[in-house]
Design a protein around this ligand. Structure first.
Ligand SMILES: [Zn+2]
Length: 381
């Protein structure tokens, strides 16, 4: 029952229900103070980013890690009142290794402290991209709090990741926000390695020609777009048609580097597997990559093998974990019995560190070494 309830959580991690609205409301825009700090820190952050690839010390970069916040300590994190009180709350806190009391006493940054500490004990993973999550835009280009289910502001993620040598900033900007283009400049200066979207809950149609200036700016700044593809079930509402990989034709044709999260899994669009549609798009566009996060989840059995066998995926897959979901009952090496040598699955299951276990499991399932290396090669160049 527990596992069934958790299916399809990826997206924004299904943090849904439990993130309590910040008393101060969402931090819609950065303060002048933050902007000042940004400009002065830009050069050093750029240097730090390029140095990081070397400083990974032969370890890998995880391109897809979630955090969360209760909105305490002025973090600006926001969750729709309708999503409060979910059964997921204790499950996720456990996966993050934090208690609600700690969050309330120490602030939302404590989650990133725990992620960093856990990561520092990994023998395989040197750093992780922590993903912000923007919300739905209203007609004036502001944050539509009534339609936003979950909001993790760029400023919070940028400030917290800066405190940890092994965490990197993954920004999120709804292109329909009035400040979208200037925010792109700002997050780039803050050291963002990519921009993350979940079109189905942020109400973004990637094929909308109104987004062209945003795509051009992404390309100009060299920021890849990591965008959810496939169906999403962790929120109250999701417009799944917006996560059809075929909708990525526009940014790809404009030369944006796009990373299709989860290789389109799961679900179908127009009667065809979204995974097949992602692979078709990879065959058409050399600038389309895909992350392998969530492909070991119990609701996605069999997909990873199909992806690895497809010639279109060669040289285009990058490592992502979707932490904290790898630390929940959604993932176990034993679910892959019959798809990999049992001795390898058993030894993977014995590994305590969640990233080391994830890498061992994916290696057991045939993920080649270049996939683990490619996240850093693509994002830290
Ligand atoms: Zn995710």
């Amino acid at each position: 029952m527990k596992i069934r309830l958790m299916l399809g959580l990826c997206g924004a991690l299904g943090l849904s229900a439990w993130w309590v609205t910040c008393a101060a409301g969402p931090a819609d825009r950065p303060s002048a103070g933050n902007l000042g700090a940004t400009a002065s820190g830009a050069a050093s952050l750029d240097t730090a980013a390029s140095a990081t690839r070397d400083s990974l010390g032969g370890k890998f970069l995880d391109c897809h890690v979630h955090t969360a916040g209760l909105g305490v300590s002025g973090s600006g994190c926001f969750v729709a009142p309708a999503l409060k009180g979910s059964y997921k709350f204790p499950l996720y806190l456990k996966a993050f290794g934090v208690k609600e009391k700690e969050l309330r006493e120490q602030g939302d940054g404590v989650v990133l402290d725990r992620i960093s500490a856990l990561l520092s004990r990994s023998g395989t993973m040197g750093a992780a991209v922590i993903l912000a999550l923007d919300g739905v835009a209203d007609s004036a280009g502001g944050l539509d709090t009534a339609r936003t289910q979950l909001y993790l502001p760029n400023t919070f993620i940028a400030n917290e990741t800066r405190k940890h040598a092994n965490l990197r900033f993954g920004a999120s900007i709804n292109p329909r926000r009035a400040y979208a283009l200037t925010e792109l400049d700002r997050v780039k200066a803050e050291g963002a390695l990519l921009v993350k979207w979940i079109p189905s809950i942020m109400d973004i149609d990637p094929s909308d020609s109104a987004i062209i200036p945003f795509y051009r700016k992404l390309k100009e700044l060299g920021l890849p777009l990591l965008t959810h593809t496939g169906t999403e079930h962790s929120f109250l509402e999701a417009k799944d048609s917006l996560c059809d990989p075929f909708r990525l034709e526009l940014p790809l044709s404009l030369g944006v580097t796009v990373i299709a999260a989860h290789v389109g899994t799961p679900g179908k669009s127009h009667g065809q597997d979204n995974m097949e549609r992602a692979l078709i798009m990879m065959g058409r566009h050399a600038n389309l990559y895909a992350d392998i996060s969530s492909l070991t989840q119990i609701n996605k059995l069999g997909y990873l093998k199909r992806v690895l066998e497809a010639k279109e995926s060669r040289g285009r897959l990058i490592y992502g974990s979707d932490f904290p979901l790898i630390e929940t009952a959604l993932v176990s090496p034993y679910y892959q019995t019959g798809r990999a040598r049992f001795a390898k699955l058993r030894s993977a299951a014995k590994i305590e560190n969640t990233w080391d276990r994830d890498v061992a499991l994916k290696r057991a399932m045939g993920v080649p070494e270049d996939v683990f290396r490619r996240s850093a090669e693509l994002l830290l160049k």
